[in-house]
Design a protein around this ligand. Structure first.
Ligand code: C2O
Ligand code: CU
Length: 502
């Protein structure tokens, strides 16, 4: 018999029989009446201080009423009991975050999708101990997009994100032309952090990131911005939904219950070149989509999810069936919305012929290229300004969702197919089906540092935690990878980095 590495065998077993406590593979999402107004996270625009926009964030514990029966759940959040404010940042702006950790556990905060120096990136090396404040700063330097932030401590990401350490970031570009997109936050420009939870009889959260099928925890209750059974009162003819899949493992295939088409206008890294008319958009954990849907006065329609197409041969295992995510209720009179422009953004077409290196990433079991994540090992040094092709292969029978920090990439091919229209823009997280290879094109344009790594990993949070992650540094041409910061590097960071603790 071929030797199967222990975890791979474990995963196969889990796939076959289900894990104890997690209800096995398929977890059907229960239907919940839409009785709760969609919570809109507070919008933080930062306080001007010393030429920077300063965002004061506090990680804290609390208890949260999601609308569940039995009582509130113990949760953690940023500036509140669950999730965090939406941070609005602007291209060209100097930003500083002051993150104070009032939890009784270590955490980190990562800016998912942000082009940012590695020391500011909030990955697993940027640990913030209880009582400490971490103060990263950087300049916003990328197109308008929907990003997000979440905690990223090695081995603890799944449970911390599940318990609430996440939030949305809206990047704006004041110089971009007006293309008719709705942009009134909370009115016609609506953030949706979509997650699945399981509540116990006493209302507490079941926290068991190891439970579920091989991909990790699946909950039976959908929450949006921290509430279950949500509705949103629409007052405008068009609504822009910024959808973030902030779930541990669940894939969604978003659309509307009456099958109407909508305009897909943006994905992970920003606006598409032109709106794409679609009736479904599939998002794996970590991915975002911006859609614009048009409404008629007085009508009700629901954003829902149908079973995703994962190419596993048994997608039902990872699907929750068809379920409602958010009900949209249109007022009797709607404020007119402008039409969308036919061109939304300029997307430079990097020429794959310019790629001088192809790197391969083979995901199997709890490892990439045979190596599980090690904090003290840098896996690759990528020269700055070098166009590269990364070939990501999923050698497993189960889904993976590949993410790279610090970069927006373009998808070149999925298997032997060109990317679908929904993958035609900038992405930072991409689905890699079982036994398939996805090729992406990317280039790191600055922020060289041989010692402080960025991460690449599967964004199924269980996989990330158990080792399906690696580290890369961006270096000057000819430079070698150095030594990653020691696990307890806080003093080290004070000495060498502009990020400070105070
Ligand atoms: Cu969304 Cu390495 O993270
Ligand atoms: Cu994975």
């Amino acid at each position: 018999m071929t030797r199967i590495p222990a975890l791979a065998a474990g995963l196969l077993l889990l796939t076959a029989c289900g894990a104890p406590g997690g209800g096995g593979g398929s977890v059907t999402v229960r239907s919940v009446e839409a009785v709760n107004a969609l919570p809109i996270p507070e919008l933080l625009e930062g306080t001007p201080r010393d030429g920077r926009s300063v965002f004061d964030l506090t990680a804290q514990a609390g208890s949260t009423d999601f609308g569940q029966t039995g009582g509130p759940a113990d949760t953690i959040g940023i500036n509140g009991s669950y999730l965090g404010p939406t941070l609005r940042m602007v291209d060209g702006q100097q930003v500083r975050v002051r993150l104070t950790n009032q939890l009784d556990e270590m955490t980190t905060l990562h800016w998912h999708g942000m082009h940012v120096p590695a020391r500011m990136d909030g990955g697993p090396h940027s640990m913030v101990m209880p009582g400490q404040t971490w103060t990263p700063q950087w300049r916003i330097d990328q197109p308008a997009a929907t990003l997000w932030y979440h905690s990223h401590p090695h081995g603890q990401t799944a449970q911390q994100v599940y318990r609430g350490l996440a939030g949305m970031i809206i990047l704006d570009d004041p110089d971009a032309p007006d293309v008719g997109l709705p942009e009134q936050y909370g009115v016609d420009d609506v953030p949706l952090v979509v997650q699945d939870k399981t509540f116990l009889a006493d209302g507490k959260l079941l926290v068991d990131p190891q439970a579920g099928p091989s991909t990790g925890f699946l909950g039976d209750t959908i929450t949006t911005n921290g509430a279950m059974g949500t509705y949103f009162d629409v007052t405008t003819e068009a609504v822009r939904l910024r959808i973030l899949n902030g779930s541990n493992a669940r894939f969604y295939n978003f659309g509307f219950n009456d099958g109407r088409t909508f305009d897909l206008v943006g994905t992970d890294g920003g606006l598409l070149a032109a709106p794409v008319a679609a009736d479904r958009v599939q998002l794996g954990p970590g991915e975002r989509a911006e859609v614009v849907v048009r409404m008629s006065a007085g009508e009700s329609v629901s954003l829902n999810s149908t079973p995703p197409e994962l190419g596993t041969g048994d997608d039902g295992l990872f699907s929750g069936g068809t379920f409602e995510v958010l009900q949209l209720r249109a007022a009797q009179t709607l404020t007119p919305s402008p039409p969308l422009a036919t061109e939304l953004a300029q997307i430079q077409d990097d020429d794959p012929a310019r790629a001088i290196t192809t790197r391969t990433f083979r995901i199997q079991g709890r490892a990439i290229n045979g190596r599980p994540m090690a904090m003290d090992r840098i896996d690759m040094a990528v020269p700055v300004d070098q166009t590269e092709i990364w070939e990501i292969t999923n050698a497993d029978p189960q889904p993976h969702n590949f993410h790279a920090h610090n970069v927006g990439f373009r998808v070149l091919s999925v298997g032997d197919q060109p990317p679908a229209p929904v993958q035609s823009g900038y992405k930072d997280t991409v689905y890699v089906a079982p036994r398939e290879t996805v090729r992406i094109l990317l280039k790191f344009t600055d922020y060289t540092d041989p010692n402080w790594p960025y991460m690449f990993h599967c964004h199924l949070l269980l996989h990330e935690d158990i080792g399906v992650m690696g580290q890369f540094v961006v270096v000057k041409p000819g430079q070698q990878a150095g030594t990653p910061p020691a696990s307890n590097h806080l003093a080290h960071q004070d000495e060498h980095a502009p990020a400070t603790h105070d």
